[in-house]
Ligand binder design. Structure first.
Ligand SMILES: *Cc1c(COP(=O)(O)O)cnc(C)c1O
Length: 239
């Protein structure tokens, strides 16, 4: 256990160091980027160690796993982020768990979230997931569909649109991800310019272990990092 904690501490310091170096290169304040620790490959006890190291934002890509971990870590001031594809039949379960859903990629999903959030008398922060890589991908809207969806979602009392999310394809050279990240930033700026009421195009959730530095250089203010934090730690479960 002690070894795992020490390793985590070292990995976290490494990731944070690389994040601030990227901020510096981009002329941005070191605290302008939030780290979401993606805990999908580790158990609740490992996540808890990260919490003890000061991490408060955790990401999961599946509702049942998030539910399990949130239950194991209940009572802690953790903000859970839904970063994976969300099925409509999981929305009801997802709402009480998550502080933010990064992966809204259809009007049907937005409507379901709105309906269930309103039933709870609440509203949830969401990001619209766009596919700006031009590569075939199962998830993420075509960039041209983002503005129309944001306009629709703006009228939904159960949703607060707070920005955009993307996932770059895996490239050996992270530089190859740059156009994808740049395109998301430009899309964000374009939607922000439309000045839609109830919409705040504040967040850009982009960048993972392989490419978060490039994402920060291109304006990410949320990076979602898993592998780099858990390097050397045996996964508890494999999803
Ligand atoms: C798994 C995952 C991450 C983290 O990926 P790593 O390469 O392990 O850092 C980020 N975003 C999403 C949507 C994921 O599913």
């Amino acid at each position: 256990m002690g070894d795992v904690a020490a390793l985590l501490k070292e990995n976290l310091a490494n990731v944070r160091g690389r994040m601030s170096a990227a901020c510096q290169r981009a002329g941005r304040p070191a605290d302008s980027v939030a780290l979401v620790a993606v805990t999908k490959t580790v158990d609740a006890a490992t996540a808890r160690m990260l919490y003890d190291l000061g991490v408060r934002d955790f990401g999961e890509n599946r509702v049942p796993q998030a539910e399990e971990k949130a239950a194991a870590l209940s009572g802690l001031d953790i903000r859970w982020h839904m970063i994976g594809h969300l099925q409509r039949n999981k929305v009801k379960k997802a709402l009480p768990l998550f502080g933010m859903i990064h992966s809204v990629d259809s009007l049907r999903l937005a409507k379901e979230i709105d309906k269930e959030a309103q039933k709870r008398g609440s509203a949830i922060d969401v990001l619209i997931q766009a596919n700006t890589s031009g590569e075939e991908s199962k998830f993420g809207l075509a960039p041209g569909d983002a503005l129309p969806l944001v306009k629709e979602a703006a009228g939904m009392a159960g949703l607060r649109v707070r920005g955009l999310m993307t996932m770059a394809p895996f490239y050996d050279n992270p530089e190859d991800c740059r156009p994808c990240f740049r395109a998301l930033r430009e899309l964000r700026d374009e939607i922000a310019k439309a000045g839609i009421e109830n919409v705040e195009m504040k967040h850009l959730s982009m960048g993972m272990t392989n490419d978060f530095e490039v994402a920060i250089e291109e304006g990410a203010d949320i990076v979602r990092v898993g592998s780099a934090l858990f390097r050397g730690i045996v996964p508890a479960t494999q999803h």
